[in-house]
Ligand binder design. Structure first.
Ligand SMILES: C[S@@+](CC[C@H](N)C(=O)[O-])C[C@H]1O[C@@H](n2cnc3c(N)ncnc32)[C@H](O)[C@@H]1O
Length: 296
C-alpha cells in the first residue's frame, strides 16, 4: 500500500515537472537572431541624445537584453517597453526596472522582434546585426508612423542611408577613470539614426497664385527626385528636404524670375503648408495644399 502511494506521488511529481518544463517557453541560443551583448551605458546615453528622447516619447527596444536602453529612456521622462526572445533576459530586465524604480512605466515582453507590434513607438532602439536590421527594414518603413526615429548601435541598414551617423571616437567621454579595457570598449562604437519618411511617391497637383502645378515624385527612402511644372513651364527644384512628414523645397523659373519656397506636412494623399512667392519685388505667403493623384 505504502509503495503504491509513493509510486502515485512519484508519477504526479513527474507529470507536474514535465508540465512545468513544457509550459516554460524555452529558447536556445540557435533560436536567437542575435547573441546577447550589451550597449555600454555611455553609448546608450549617446543613442538617446541622437534620437532626442524625452517626455512624451514611447521607446521600444527590439532585442532589449537586460533592459538598459528602455530604463535609461524612462529617466528622461519617456515611457516604453522592450522585447526579447530570451526569457532569462526578460527576467533580468524586469528585475533591473524594479531596482531602478521605474517598473510602473516600462514593460518587458518575451516576444520575437519580427512579430511584435511596433506601431506605437515614437522611437525604436536596436543593437542587432546589419542583416537583421535589413530584414526588419520593410516593417520599420511600413508599420511605423512617419517621423518615428530609429536608432541603432553599430549596425546600418544597407541601402537605407542613415539621416545621421556618428562614429564615437575616444574623445566623447572622460576617460580618466577608465581602465585600458574599458577604454577599448568605448572605442569604435557607431550610432545610426533614421527618421521614417512619409511616402510621397506619385503625382501631386495644386494651384498656386492662379497657376496649375504638377509634381511627379520618385522616392528613395528620405531622398526624392521631383519634376515640377507650373502651367507649361518646367521649374528648377532645389533645397529638397523630407524629414518624417515634413517636406520642403524651393522652385524657380529662370525664364520669368518667379521663385517659390514650399514647405508643408504630408498627411496621406494631402500636403498642407505654405508657399512663399517672390515675383520681382513682390513677395507674399500663401497656403499650399497639394493632392496626390490616386488614380495613377
Ligand atoms: C546584442 S543584444 C542587445 C541588448 C540591448 N538592446 C542592448 O543594447 O544592451 C541583442 C538581444 O536580442 C535578443 N534577440 C535575438 N534574436 C531575437 C528575436 N528574434 N526576437 C527578440 N529578441 C531577440 C537577444 O536575446 C539579445 O538579448
Amino acid at each position: 500500500m505504502k509503495v503504491l502511494v509513493h509510486q502515485k506521488f512519484g508519477i504526479i511529481w513527474l507529470a507536474a515537472l514535465m508540465a512545468l518544463f513544457f509550459s516554460i517557453p524555452s529558447v536556445h541560443a540557435q533560436d536567437l537572431d542575435v547573441p546577447y551583448a550589451s550597449t555600454p551605458p555611455d553609448v546608450v546615453e549617446k543613442m538617446l541624445n541622437v534620437a532626442d528622447v524625452g517626455s512624451g516619447d514611447y521607446v521600444i527596444d527590439l532585442g532589449c537584453g537586460d533592459g538598459r536602453i528602455v530604463i535609461a529612456a524612462t529617466k528622461r521622462g519617456a515611457f516604453g517597453h522592450g522585447v526579447d526572445l530570451d526569457p532569462e533576459r526578460v527576467k533580468e530586465a524586469r528585475d533591473n526596472a524594479q531596482k531602478a524604480n521605474v517598473s510602473e512605466r516600462v514593460m518587458f515582453l518575451q516576444e520575437d522582434i519580427f512579430k511584435t507590434d511596433i506601431s506605437r513607438a515614437s522611437v525604436i532602439t536596436m543593437y542587432l546585426l546589419s542583416t537583421v536590421n535589413e530584414d526588419l527594414r520593410p516593417r520599420l518603413l511600413n508599420e511605423l508612423e512617419p517621423g518615428t526615429r530609429i536608432v541603432s548601435h553599430n549596425f546600418g541598414m544597407d541601402i537605407w542611408e542613415p539621416d545621421e551617423h556618428l562614429i564615437l571616437g575616444d574623445s566623447y567621454m572622460d576617460k580618466d577613470n577608465l581602465t585600458i579595457d574599458q577604454q577599448l570598449e568605448v572605442l569604435d562604437h557607431e550610432i545610426f539614426l533614421w527618421i521614417v519618411p512619409a511616402k510621397i511617391e506619385g503625382r501631386w497637383n495644386w494651384q498656386t497664385h492662379g497657376k496649375k502645378f504638377t509634381m511627379q515624385v520618385e522616392q528613395n527612402f528620405q531622398k526624392f527626385h521631383a519634376r515640377l511644372t507650373a502651367g507649361k513651364d518646367t521649374l528648377t527644384i532645389s533645397n529638397k528636404v523630407l524629414k518624417g512628414k515634413k517636406l520642403s523645397f524651393t522652385a524657380s523659373n529662370p525664364e520669368n524670375g518667379m521663385h517659390y519656397a514650399f514647405s508643408g506636412k504630408v498627411q496621406g494623399n494631402k500636403i498642407i503648408g505654405n508657399v512663399q512667392i517672390r515675383e520681382s519685388n513682390n513677395k507674399m505667403i500663401k497656403r499650399w495644399e497639394a493632392l496626390r493623384n490616386v488614380d495613377t
